[in-house]
Design a protein around this ligand. Structure first.
Ligand SMILES: C[S@@+](CC[C@H](N)C(=O)[O-])C[C@H]1O[C@@H](n2cnc3c(N)ncnc32)[C@H](O)[C@@H]1O
Length: 413
């Protein structure tokens, strides 16, 4: 990973010569390690280092910002102010997307959808503008992973971000007004992606999905959440109705993990509201549930939640990074139309549809536990132990107890 030496280029330093780098760092009076860090991460120096670099190399801050591409609001304002002159220099060429292949044949079709074995950009270019209700994307994370497609998952950071922007632009184009875009990625990438999406779509949520995704390393916090970005096209989304969740209870004694005190009667019998921190969507680790070899398969529960909350039956769901086909099978089972592509082998997706009953059983079991304060099994266990349930609280509220206050005992004389 890392960037491609834009910082050294801006200063006229040869990135291939460690001797030249050392001399340049000494000229500025900055430790070589820090000088290299600015280059590797394409970071704009600040404070004293910035002043030292400006003096040593005769560059202005604006020049450095433009050359390494770290453009902030003040630079944008300048570009806006001089837009005619800037256009005069860089030209008025429109950013026109070249059309994708004329006719694409799906490798697989089902009653509700079609799958194409294609590069996502080529595929997206064939999709009509403003036609999709939900785009869900779980792209490769550029972490040097081996995918069945053998694609290069270790490219320069600016290359990864520029590729990401290309498929995002197309995803935005194909979304309907009010359609939703969900991007699953590491916080590292989604923080960049969200700044690109602001101003093109409307921000709804940064959802933190509690999944540990790497080992604890000294000097770093233990990475424990993936980011799920949620944006909509236009002023407001066409649908945002989330399932309600059961309140957590102890797995052995079934008592509440949280004390609701005197507020039990205020609890919604349909369950608690979904928050933007999801702790109940464990990753697919067990071989029994894996639909293809290797990692990178999202849980059915996650796709069920996203599709349920942002679409209606008959809506169109698009996933440009098919993988094992989780989005497609969940959409199919939920009566949504779907379309998508996968650049690598698609057999695992096709096989998954052949045994779609397994996913159906999983989905049915997930859905049977939603929209209850206590799931039927937990409710039974609580009733057996004399613990309160939504129904017992409602009963006590509706039928007020007789008012008994030290009634003197009636005695016959
Ligand atoms: C992280 S996986 C997606 C997993 C999927 N969400 C699931 O639950 O199974 C990313 C997938 O994107 C595919 N991919 C990578 N680059 C692609 C491209 N340019 N066009 C289409 N698919 C691509 C990879 O082969 C990989 O299968």
């Amino acid at each position: 990973m890392g960037y491609s030496n834009q910082f050294f280029q801006a200063l006229g330093v040869d990135s291939n010569s460690s001797k030249e780098i050392k001399v340049a760092a000494a000229k500025a009076g900055i430790p070589v390690a820090r000088f290299n860090h600015y280059n590797k991460t394409n970071t704009l120096p600040s404070g004293e280092d910035l002043r030292l670099i400006q003096n040593a190399f005769g560059v202005s801050e604006l020049e450095l910002k433009l050359k390494i591409g770290r453009i902030d609001r003040s630079t944008i304002e300048l570009i806006q102010q001089y837009s005619e002159q800037v256009l005069g220099v860089i030209g008025r060429a429109e950013d026109v997307a070249d059309a994708g292949p004329e006719k694409m044949e799906p490798v697989f079709s089902s009653p509700f959808g079609s799958l194409y074995q294609q590069d996502c950009l080529q595929f997206l270019k064939t999709v009509e503008s403003d036609s999709v209700d939900l785009v869900f994307a779980d792209p490769p994370f550029n972490l040097d992973k081996l995918y069945p497609s053998n694609m290069d998952d270790n490219i320069k950071e600016e290359e990864y971000l520029s590729w990401t922007e290309s498929w995002l632009k197309e995803s935005i184009r194909v979304l309907k007004q009010g359609g939703a875009l969900f991007i699953w990625n590491l916080p590292l990438w989604n923080s960049n992606i969200s700044s690109f999406l602001h101003g093109r779509l409307t921000f709804k949520h940064w959802i933190a999905v509690d999944i540990k995704y790497s080992l604890p390393i000294q000097g770093r916090l233990y990475p424990s959440h993936y980011s799920l970005l949620y944006f909509v096209k236009g002023e407001k989304g066409n649908k945002l109705v989330a399932d309600r969740l059961p309140t957590p209870t102890c797995p052995s004694c079934f008592d509440n993990l949280k004390d609701y005190g005197g507020y039990k009667h205020k609890m919604n019998p349909q369950g608690v509201s979904l928050t933007d921190v999801w702790t109940d969507t464990p990753p697919v680790r067990h071989a029994k549930y894996k639909k293809r070899t290797g990692a990178n398969e999202l849980p059915v529960k996650l796709l069920d939640r996203v599709i349920e909350m942002s679409t209606n039956e008959g809506d169109l769901v698009l996933d440009p990074f098919g993988g094992s086909g989780t989005t497609f099978v969940v959409a199919e089972l939920k009566g949504r139309r779907w379309v998508g592509c996968e650049i690598g082998p698609c057999e695992d997706i096709v096989n998954r549809f052949d045994s779609i009953q397994d996913d159906k059983a999983n989905l049915d079991s997930i859905r049977s536990n939603l929209n209850y304060l206590y799931t039927p099994i937990i409710k039974k266990e609580r009733e057996a132990r004399g613990l309160w349930t939504a129904e017992s609280v409602a009963r006590n509220n509706i039928e007020p107890k007789p008012y008994v206050k030290d009634v003197p005992e009636f005695k016959l004389i």
